[in-house]
Design a protein around this ligand. Structure first.
Ligand SMILES: Nc1nc2c(c(=O)[nH]1)N[C@H]1C(S)=C(S)[C@@H](COP(=O)(O)OP(=O)(O)OC[C@H]3O[C@@H](n4cnc5c(=O)[nH]c(N)nc54)[C@H](O)[C@@H]3O)O[C@H]1N2
Ligand SMILES: Nc1nc2c(c(=O)[nH]1)N[C@H]1C(S)=C(S)[C@@H](COP(=O)(O)OP(=O)(O)OC[C@H]3O[C@@H](n4cnc5c(=O)[nH]c(N)nc54)[C@H](O)[C@@H]3O)O[C@H]1N2
Ligand SMILES: [Mo]
Length: 777
């Protein structure tokens, strides 16, 4: 497949970190240029140039050696450690189709896990999850996964207390222009890191957060950034940094609420009109139910923030138009539902929900989207069909499911049972990036009979597969991207031929479908190009219904990105509800904001009771575990890549220290351990250990270390649970525990570690070396 030659125009492509023009020479990608319409292109971008042709690309279908010899009877404990045998496409497809057929016939479709979480391509058609789901639905269905690693705790919570998380809290969030025009005080729990606003699932039109923050600042808005890391907020807006012990936001918010009540600064009118249950929360707040008033002095001991500073902040918040922002990170933690619920309660007490520039927002800066205009019509997508299998697991419970088939667990009011998973099909995600406690994951991945992975690169997940299909990268195929927020339409052009023998995910699944007699159902007789035309026709029709015209596909491909119109006036979250709560009730049981939730109380969960409470995290600096592991690990999102994607590329590799992921530590903590900048250090706790390169800076508070996610897992002995990761993947250290029985979200940000210098020469990093590849005998 060579690129089409209708290209006398710039060749654009879209990624989750922006829109780019491909520069090519002799069939190779040699550079990228950001789309000229983007005011603040992402630093991640150029990393793709080296990555696309990197030795870590998968170039041919490959099968784990003993799996080729013995099939599902092969030893499973050596997954991840064995060489692979490269096979011709037909043979590999035959093998995978036979495995899928065997498992569904002998164990039923429930035994196939197709949840396949992850951030695959930004294109509408070559979207690996849609492809794998459609294929498995044609084949009789699969066990699915529920929600995301990003915000599972809060999105389980909000329907009970305020409304649908994405539909209400994200799509209808108060817009940046409202904030720029009206907000006087922006209090940001978890900061507002522009490194994260580089990214948006499904692509980015313009990167807007920096300009919005600058405009608000220039108008006189003031910022308070609360969290363990000063660098979470860009310096030019001069935010006051309040260093807070990780995991203690709820205690701080409760104390702010306590001050509001004590000083009669809460908005009784708003609470009476627009909320329910304040009277059931108040006795807890004031200490009548548990003997502990949630005073600033009480919170000071938990959070490490002086009591006077807490009281002063509460008064400032009550005196001005205040926006409360909560980064998603804060809820990706043990009891992560609590800070999210309490942020909403605090905003309700201030009474500014529904006013321009005031209220609460969850995820400003966590992605570029939130606060930007939303797409003006429903975008077309590859139809996934119906899944006849009812079984589904909360996305972050995958290791639990594999280790405990048939086991019961609680989730959002229901008692459920884990299915007995025999075959995993992963396309477009990397559990060795996203899952917590990788050593436990390695044990869990020794359980299923068969693992099939479609991947572009030899990621650790691909190395743990039995059958691997090499897929094309976004610059090796034609697609269309349509960004959900800040809406932009981009014809993604194929700029270079596929690397090696890589095929599109669509071709892989069409090949499997053909072998299972499902080709007509899967393809509907369409080629990839036919599907693009079909999807584009739908887009044009829906646009026309919404009142505007889109060009034909050929014109779109020749003409470059197309911006879609935004709304005429700034969006204000819950504006109509505030004006008339009777006429515009919320989708909660009471129709109002629920400060106390009868429904949640009725679940009877001690880890998520009927109103927000402070619950000690299972690990935190104030807990007993801190005596052994005195440093809190913040494993936040990386500035130089998207998750594990492009880690082999130039931008990510330039950020490494001695080839390892940088870990940032406060000077006092480094001095106490006799460490110097540039040292290779060992980071460990009871769950695992990794190496990292030391960076020393007072931008992290004492007692906290920051090690971004995304370094490819590089164990000293592959396939062995507990092996030292030589490269710095923090998920060998994080805990694999649901946020609570309500949300069962991941709790990556709850983890303690210790750090010491590595004695002796550090072992070489081998993360990006492909596995041993054998020819077919
Ligand atoms: N410790 C810790 N862990 C975390 C987090 C944290 O804060 N701390 N955050 C969590 C969050 S919020 C998230 S969203 C997850 C992200 O976790 P993932 O989304 O699983 O991480 P990615 O590295 O983006 O994995 C996507 C994979 O899809 C592949 N891919 C891309 N395009 C295609 C394609 O077209 N076809 C195929 N077949 N493959 C493709 C890429 O090569 C890549 O390996 O991580 C979670 N993990
Ligand atoms: N460059 C880049 N951008 C990304 C991504 C990426 O991989 N690379 N991933 C994207 C994805 S999938 C998602 S879900 C979003 C995630 O967006 P977030 O969840 O908001 O991002 P994080 O980087 O995990 O955390 C943001 C900051 O929260 C702070 N923090 C951690 N724990 C606590 C705490 O207990 N209390 C307080 N107050 N603050 C705390 C940390 O200092 C951290 O830097 O980012 C997106 N943006
Ligand atoms: Mo995420």
């Amino acid at each position: 497949m060579t690129p089409p030659d209708d290209r006398t125009h710039p060749q654009y492509f879209a990624t989750h970190w922006g829109t780019w023009e491909a520069v090519t020479e002799n069939g190779r990608l040699t550079g990228v240029r950001p789309w000229a319409g983007d005011p603040h292109p992402a630093m991640i971008g150029p990393g793709i140039v080296e990555a696309v042709h990197h030795p870590s690309r998968i170039r041919r279908p490959a099968v784990r050696r003993s799996f080729l010899e013995k099939g599902a009877a092969a030893e499973r404990g050596s997954r991840g450690a064995e060489p692979f045998v490269e096979l011709p496409w037909d043979e590999a497809l035959d093998l995978a189709a036979a495995e899928i057929d065997r498992v569904r016939r002998s164990h039923g479709n429930e035994a196939i896990f197709g949840g396949s979480y992850g951030w695959a391509s930004a294109g509408r058609f070559h979207h690996a999850q849609s492809q794998v789901h459609r294929f498995l639905n044609c084949a009789g269905g699969y066990t699915a996964s529920i929600d995301t690693y990003s915000y599972a705790a809060v999105s389980a919570l909000t329907p009970h207390i305020i409304g649908h998380f994405r539909k209400l809290m994200l799509d209808q969030a108060t817009s940046w222009d409202s904030i720029a025009a009206e907000t006087e005080l922006f209090v940001m729990f978890g900061g507002l890191p522009l490194k994260n606003a580089q990214v948006n699932s499904g692509g980015v039109g313009r990167h807007t957060a920096r300009a919005a923050l600058r405009a608000a600042h220039a108008r006189g808005c003031r910022f308070v950034s609360i969290g363990p890391i000063r660098a979470d907020t860009m310096p030019e807006i001069g935010a006051d940094w309040i260093a807070l012990r990780p995991g203690t936001d709820t205690a701080l918010m409760l104390a702010l609420a306590h001050v509001l009540v004590r000083e009669d600064l809460h908005d009784r009118g708003f609470l009476a009109r627009c909320t329910t249950g304040f009277e059931r929360f108040l006795p807890y707040l004031m200490g009548e139910t548990d003997g502990q008033p949630k005073t600033p002095a009480w919170a000071a001991a938990i959070t490490g923030i002086p009591a006077e500073a807490i009281a002063a902040l509460a008064r400032r918040m009550a005196a001005q138009r205040t926006m409360i922002g909560l980064a998603w990170s804060v809820q990706r933690a043990d009891h992560g539902e609590q800070p999210a619920w309490m942020a909403i309660v605090l905003a309700a007490m201030l009474g500014q929900i529904g006013l321009p520039g005031g209220g609460v927002g969850i995820g400003y800066g966590s992605e570029n989207g939130i606060g930007n205009p939303v797409r003006p019509f429903r975008f077309p997508a590859l139809p996934q069909g119906q899944n006849p299998v009812e079984a589904a697991i909360p996305v972050a419970r995958i290791a639990d499911a594999l280790l405990d088939p048939g086991g019961t667990y609680d989730f959002n009011g229901a008692q459920r049972r884990y299915p007995d998973l025999r075959l995993l099909y992963w396309a477009g995600g990397n559990p060795f990036h996203h899952h917590q406690d990788i050593n436990r994951l390695v044990r869990a991945l020794q359980r299923p009979e068969t693992i099939i992975v479609n991947e572009i690169w030899w990621t650790p997940m691909a190395r743990h597969a039995d059958i691997v299909f090499p897929t094309t990268s976004p610059v090796e195929r034609e697609d269309i991207a349509m960004t959900h927020w800040e809406p932009l339409i981009v014809a993604m052009r194929q700029a270079i031929p596929p690397e090696g023998e890589a095929r599109d995910d669509y071709a892989v699944f069409a090949g499997l479908a053909g072998r299972l007699g499902l080709e007509a159902a899967f393809t509907e007789g369409r080629s990839a190009e036919d599907w693009l035309r079909h999807l584009w026709d739908q887009a044009r029709q829906r646009a026309a219904e919404a009142g505007f015209a889109l060009p034909g596909l050929a014109e779109l491909r020749a003409g470059g990105p197309v911006s879609l119109p935004g709304p005429e006036r700034p969006a204000v979250l819950l504006e109509a509800f505030r004006a008339d709560p009777e006429a515009h009730p919320l989708e909660t049981p009471s129709g109002r904001i629920e400060i106390f939730s009868e429904r949640i109380a009725g679940f009877g969960y001690d880890d998520c009771p009927g109103h927000p409470v402070w619950l000690e995290p299972c690990e935190w600096l104030g807990g007993a575990e801190a005596a052994r592991f005195p440093l809190h690990l913040v494993s936040n999102q990386p500035a130089t890549r998207l998750h594990g994607q492009l880690d082999p590329g130039s931008v990510s590799r330039a950020s490494k220290i001695a080839g390892r992921e940088p870990i940032t530590m406060h000077p006092a903590d480094a001095a106490a351990r006799g460490l110097a900048a540039g040292d290779v250090v060992r980071v460990w706790n009871a769950r695992g250990a990794c190496l990292a390169g030391l960076r020393i800076s007072d931008e992290v508070m004492p007692g906290v270390v920051q090690l971004a996610t995304g370094a490819w897992h590089d164990p000293e002995r592959r396939g062995e649970p507990g092996a030292l990761c030589k490269h710095g993947n923090p998920n060998v250290l994080t805990r694999d525990k649901g946020s609570s029985r309500l949300g069962q979200g991941p709790s990556a940000h709850t983890a303690l570690v210790e750090v010491a210098r590595l004695d002796g020469p550090p072992p070489p990093v081998t993360a990006f070396d492909p596995p041993e590849l054998l020819p077919r005998r």
